[in-house]
Design a protein around this ligand. Sequence first.
Ligand code: SAH
Ligand code: SF4
Ligand code: F3S
Length: 480
Amino acid sequence: MIDLKEKRIDEERQGEALERESTKKGNGRKVYIESYGCQMNFSDSEIVASILEDEGYETTKLMQEAEIVFVNTCSIREKAEQTVRKRLQSFHKAKAQKPEMIIGVLGCMAERLKTKFLDEEKLVDIVVGPDAYRDLPELVREVDGGRKAVNVILSKEETYGDISPVRLGGNGVTAFVSITRGCDNMCTFCVVPFTRGRERSRAPESIVAEVKDLAERGYKEVTLLGQNVDSYLWYGGGPKKDFDKLSEEEQAMSVNFAQLMEKVAQVSDQVRIRFSTSHPKDMTDEVLEVMAKYDNICKYIHLPFQSGNSRILEMMNRGYTREWYLNRVEAIRRIIPECAISADIITGFCSETEEEHQETLSLMEEVKYHFSYMFKYSERPNTLAQRKYEDDVPEETKTRRLTEIIAMQQKHSLERMKADVGKTLEVLVEGVSKKSDKELFGRTTHNSVVVFPRENFKTGDYVNVKVHDCTSATLIGKAV
Ligand code: SAH
Ligand code: SF4
Ligand code: F3S
């Protein structure tokens, strides 16, 4: 009797455990993730994939076979949001044919618009902000139970530091590694502080461990990511603080960006290091000195200036003047003479005059960027600029100014590329050229794309290539 009863209890327990397992597991359900926006968003999608795969879901590259579709969204400019909206509408249509499909919106637009997607637009089943991805399995369960699910809580601590990202759609050679989340800067035009929350740094040990793991798996390049990598400061966890606000104990254990980069560079001389984005107000000579010291740190800095005029910079709350910015460029030239620089530029910010626009062009002339990302100012709801200033530069003027800026950049890119013709440069091969499978492509330390005949080389090789020709976007050469 007793035996039987115990057996029954055992079976019940096993049954319960199995039930728990099966509700915990995604049971191989297929998830398709589509990402928009910056590198941080793409990196976050890899964290999302990892969280879901741990729960037994599978990721797929084919939307058609997915039971769950997640769109990781961007709010930075109005156009970015429009693109995502169109995409969500098309998924919504697909759902009409396949009602069991779950559609979720992740990322910055989810954070910005919160329950609006559920209440007004009724386009999706799940809304999840950038700090709530650990909750995704639970949210899917809620939807399975017939409810809509939302978590847009921002965190002061979450860095997903313990999660080892699943590399989605990568080339097996280059990878992103997030080192900070959020942003405390409050540039007046920008939604990021609202969508990503307070700035916080990830533990250096977990960053170094991730890079070591990548190196062991054959990766050859990592890009350290943050909205403002220069303000990285580890002191044991929690929201960003300035070094002089730390206790003695915290100061003793603190690690700044220069120190972090040095640790990462020491992982393997076969792994190149890149980082993005540098902020002109925080970029120190110490960082530049570490860059100069290690051959495997790429000699390339993405240093957005946004505007060449100090009045506009002040209105943007960027925390530096034109002179300060040019002083930082001068420091780069002094400490790393061969360094390539790229920028982000916004044209047509509130009240920008023709003279002020000319100052953006003249700053470009002074620096001669290798590359730039150039944008028309796009007013974002609830930002400081939207509340304080009028978006008063006419659209035609913005367009014309942008055209001038783009023309100037193309001229400089071509000059920079031409200067490399005749040189032999080390290229890390990233894959087969899109135009011809007889050619490979890769990047130089300056982040310039190089195309050259395949011969017997393969993805992941470092190859010395002699450049014999170029366009404004590509160097053309042959291995030597
Ligand atoms: N943290 C990075 C930038 C992240 S957003 C930095 O501070 O440099 C990337 C770029 O988008 C910005 O550098 C800026 O040039 C552009 N951008 C941001 N908000 C914008 C807006 N409202 N309109 C147009 N461009 C914008
Ligand atoms: Fe936005 Fe400025 Fe932060 Fe960059 S530094 S993310 S532009 S607020
Ligand atoms: Fe866009 Fe958010 Fe990145 S607004 S640019 S996805 S931080």
